[in-house]
Design a protein around this ligand. Structure first.
Ligand code: BGC
Length: 406
């Protein structure tokens, strides 16, 4: 704009005037043009100031296109905090595709397993980073009875129902709402229709991921239903604190649990047992590899390693308390898991066998990642002595889990 006003001035000063009258007339035209253009000049200068201002405002959450699933657009959201921790989450399956946290020297590395692109997740995935629902872990034979009515769920794991069935919450497109701020968050919502995978009731689910200032990923799960149903939501991230340089056998684990659930050979719980004196005692720190090949332990044999649910020691019901601490000496990384849930599934990646090539062309070998899935007990709908997983109309399911990096 300044440039246009300058051109008007140059035109006036260079013009060859024939008479005084034309000179005055032109002077009048130029001054009028100048006055007319001045306000818009000021507005555009103000606008450019605003653009400059907004350009300097830091963005903590951004979105890129990730692909298409079920004919719906799928995006990838990048959440960053002021310490440089970066979490990438897609609205396909609510999957945490990448999580970069600092090591002891401040070096950022991705410490979760997954794929570089959506097509990897669409082809086949052992639930990398996903939201699991309606029911985390197994329901025996895919059957349960609720209020006298028998339900038959889809079975997808040697005759049992696992992680919500054939098309669980890990394989659906969620509606995403990002919220900007120094603690960026991503709200994901999904309506699971009455009868989906055999479950009763329309279930409205909301999961909010927040990246906090203290380097935690907080996951808040909320749900309501219009018919009695069962629910057990969790997240299935595979962690490797070395950033993929080694398997997880040298990771140190503490579980705040005096009891665990032994299983049958199809991994359905058979009761509750104290961990004392067994390979399942993680009440003090133990390396994961220390007792994982204990051939004498039938439970280790059934799980092919650790694939069990630990009953958390709780002083208060439903409060957020420390469930697990995972650390790895060479990187100096440490993760604490806090939850409102009564239990945690520790799965040592026993079904990873080198057949998957993940992010950055890394082959995911045997036990190259581990899961710490906060949850209610597997098969609760069939085991009356376990805490209830029934959700009724008018009630609100609400749980929180925090993965904190130190
Ligand atoms: C289960 C395993 C299962 C794995 C799927 C875990 O949560 O406990 O038994 O194989 O998920 O990748």
């Amino acid at each position: 704009m300044t440039c246009i006003l300058y051109k008007i001035y140059m035109f006036y000063s260079n013009f060859q005037f024939h008479t005084m009258y034309t000179k005055n007339l032109l002077f009048f035209v130029c001054v009028s043009l100048f006055i007319a253009l001045l306000p818009s000049c000021q507005t555009s200068e103000k606008k450019s100031e605003r653009t400059a201002d907004s350009a300097s405002v830091k963005t903590y959450i951004s979105k890129t296109v990730f692909g298409t699933a079920d004919n719906q657009p799928v995006d990838l959201y990048t959440l960053t905090n002021e310490n440089g921790v970066v979490a990438k989450i897609t609205n396909y399956g609510g999957i945490i595709t990448s999580l970069s946290v600092p090591d002891k020297n401040g070096k950022m590395e991705d410490i979760v397993l997954g794929y570089d692109s959506l097509s990897g997740y669409l082809k086949s995935t052992p639930y990398f980073g996903a939201i699991i629902g309606r029911y985390g872990n197994r329901i025996a034979k895919g059957k349960f009875t609720l209020d006298g009515k028998a339900y038959k769920l889809d079975t997808n794991n040697i005759g049992n129902h696992l992680h919500g069935g054939i098309k669980g919450f890990d394989k659906v497109v969620w509606t995403a709402t990002p919220t900007e701020g120094t603690e960026p968050s991503l709200k994901l919502t999904y309506l699971s229709k009455d009868g989906e995978e055999g479950y009763p009731g329309n279930l409205s689910v909301e999961v909010i991921y927040t990246l906090t200032k203290d380097n935690s990923i907080k996951i808040e799960y909320t749900a309501t239903t219009d018919k009695p149903t069962v629910i057990n939501l969790t997240n299935h991230s595979y962690f490797n604190l070395t950033g993929g340089k080694a398997d997880v056998l040298d990771h140190d684990l503490v579980l705040n649990a005096d009891k665990y659930l032994p299983v049958d050979k199809t991994l359905i719980p058979t009761g509750i047992k104290p961990v004392k004196g067994s390979a399942f005692d993680f009440t003090t720190s133990h390396k994961i590899g220390e007792r994982i090949n204990d051939a004498k332990d039938e439970q280790i044999k059934f799980g092919g390693g650790y694939d069990h649910c630990w009953v958390l020691n709780r002083t208060t019901k439903d409060s957020l308390s420390l469930a697990a601490t995972l650390s790895e000496a060479s990187s100096g990384r440490k993760m604490e898991v806090y939850t409102t849930e009564p239990a945690i599934q520790f799965y040592s990646g026993n079904f990873l066998n080198g057949s998957i090539t993940g992010k950055g062309n890394i082959v995911y070998k045997f036990r190259s990642g581990l899961c710490l899935e906060t949850e209610h007990y597997p098969d609760s709908p069939n085991q009356a002595s376990f805490p209830s997983t029934v959700l009724k109309p008018g009630e609100t399911y609400h749980t929180i889990t925090v993965y904190k990096f130190l």
